[in-house]
Design a protein around this ligand. Structure first.
Ligand code: NAD
Ligand code: MG
Length: 482
């Protein structure tokens, strides 16, 4: 049973949301020339938070040209040690404004304040600090003596970690001397616009960072712009494929990060209580809106009953509700569209014969919500074992031998991440060598660090973000260039 907790709401008064926001182009907020406007809502209440511009074709052209000019005249020629100063300044401003940014993120996205405050914002600042440190040391990154920036980077990001995905994209691009046109997701534009304000506060030269709000059409226009040198995309495999088709043969550099269906593998010698915490963190963190979520639990048959009983007991204690309450574990689903997708896929789980278990919790009357859910009796052919649900839904499969665990874990079109729970170090290494996944966690899950490269195999995409490998995505190595 969950304890009764008194409400502990974080104050909304630390954020000041304007009634409307234009596009951030060449250092100024401007109304769209040939675009439109759309509302952004708080998914926990369906309240309209603000009206945000939708960039049209002329707006996209203008932003890319501003980025081009800034690249050629200011940012590209600037010594790395000077660029570093701006990045350090941005990192410090993010820390100073972190409470405001965390509340804004929670309002626009629906994620619990505990996560935006303790996970997203510290990582956002860390990414800028880490890359600030690289800006004047790029010749030591192993990419030749004088690696060069690529030019203008077009970056399109999703709604699950709005400011963190911005940081993953913007920080390495700027550190390496590129300029940026970034398009946030249409349901979560507000922290990117707050970031635009931080760029102004940091006196970043105009045009180095441009923020174009809008939906898929704006994203399409941006990645198709002929003046773009590099595209970085995070989102669905379907859109990733489309972008790849568009850019094939153009010479534009591309990195794609496209989701996953990660196996979290629990062996019979694993500490069960720790594994339960890892499973919860793996799939119920951020409502399961996590590309590397541990959405498939592979548990060794001999401990499956015991583990599932513990897991259900633990899930019954999770608190779902007001994301601004500091005690909340599970916030709102980001949008009506995403809720519909989760409902459709879980209904397919019922139809295909898997058994659904739902954590006992009351859903608020307004907003978009989905309770923590487990499916047992899942087979590898089921849609809920193959497709990314991107919600708080765990599909459970069992295995008997390590070989069977590897085979089932790799039996997926994706390959972004995996988890291993066992006391045996040799088994961890044996498994890690065989799992086709970009990140493999051992006795933990969903840990992130700016020094550690992140990215996938197969339909999870290609290219790495973070660490030295992440710098390579924004640099031309000097051997190639000379
Ligand atoms: P999406 O791929 O449509 O959207 C991601 C971003 O791409 C958004 O900014 C969107 O505006 C933009 N976009 C859409 N169409 C575009 C186009 N043709 N050209 C350029 N940019 C375009 O994802 P979604 O519809 O929000 O979510 C659908 C599913 O995708 C989810 O259920 C989930 O499975 C997956 N997803 C994965 C990630 C991830 O981190 N890898 C993030 C979000 C969603
Ligand atoms: Mg929103």
């Amino acid at each position: 049973m969950a304890f009764e907790y008194a409400p502990a709401p974080e104050s909304r008064s630390v954020v000041d949301i304007a009634p409307s926001y234009g596009l951030f182009v060449d250092g100024e907020f401007t109304d769209p020339v040939d675009g439109g406007w759309r509302d952004t809502v708080n998914p926990a209440t369906e309240e309209v938070l603000s009206k945000v511009a939708d960039a049209g074709p002329a707006d996209v052209r203008r932003a890319v040209q501003a980025a081009r000019t800034a690249y050629e005249q200011v940012w590209g020629p600037m010594p790395g040690r000077e660029r570093a100063k701006y990045l350090y300044r941005i990192a410090r401003l993010i820390q100073e404004r972190s409470r405001e940014l965390a509340v804004l993120e929670t309002l626009d996205n629906g994620k619990p304040i505990r996560e935006s405050r303790d996970v997203d914002l510290p990582l956002v600042a860390a990414h800028f600090f880490y890359h600030a440190g690289w800006a004047d040391k790029l010749e030591y990154a192993g990419l030749g003596p004088r690696p060069r920036p690529l030019g203008v980077a077009a970056q399109v990001i999703p709604w699950n970690f709005p400011l963190l995905m911005l940081a993953w994209k913007v920080a390495p691009a700027l550190a390496c001397g590129n300029t940026v046109v970034l398009k946030p997701a249409e349901t979560t534009p507000l922290t990117a616009l707050a970031f635009a304000d931080i760029c102004r506060q940091a006196d970043l030269p105009p045009g180095v960072v441009n923020i174009l709000t809008g939906a898929g059409e704006t994203g399409r226009l941006l990645v198709e712009d002929p003046d773009v040198d590099k595209v970085a995309f995070t989102g669905s495999t379907e859109v990733g494929r489309q972008i790849m088709r568009t850019l094939a043969g153009t010479g534009t550099r591309l990195t794609l990060e496209l989701g996953g269906k990660a196996a979290n593998v629990v062996f019979d010698d694993a500490p069960i209580d720790q594994a339960v915490e890892g499973i919860v963190n793996g799939i119920y963190f951020n409502q399961g809106h996590v590309c590397c979520a541990g959405s498939r639990l592979l548990v060794q048959e001999s401990v499956a009953d015991e583990l599932l009983a513990s897991l259900k007991r633990r899930l019954a204690t999770l608190r779902l509700g007001d994301p601004l309450d500091k005690n909340t574990d599970i916030g709102a689903i980001n949008s009506a569209a995403q809720l519909a997708r989760i409902s459709e896929l879980t209904a397919a789980g019922d139809d295909e014969g898997a058994e659904r278990w739902t954590a006992p919790c009351e859903l608020p009357d307004r907003g978009y919500w989905f309770p923590p859910t487990i499916f047992t009796g899942v087979t590898q052919a089921h849609r809920i074992a193959r497709e990314e649900i991107f919600g708080p839904v765990l599909s459970v499969l069992t295995f008997r031998t390590p070989e069977e665990a590897v085979e089932k874990a790799n039996n997926t079109p994706y390959g972004l991440s995996a988890g291993i729970w066992t006391e045996k170090g040799s088994r961890i290494l044996w498994m890690a060598q065989r799992l086709r996944a970009g990140v493999v966690w051992a006795n933990t899950f969903n840990r992130f660090d700016p020094t550690s490269p992140f990215g996938g195999y197969k339909e999870s995409g290609f290219g790495r973000e973070g660490g030295i490998a992440g710098l390579a995505a924004y640099l031309e190595s000097s051997e190639v260039a000379s």
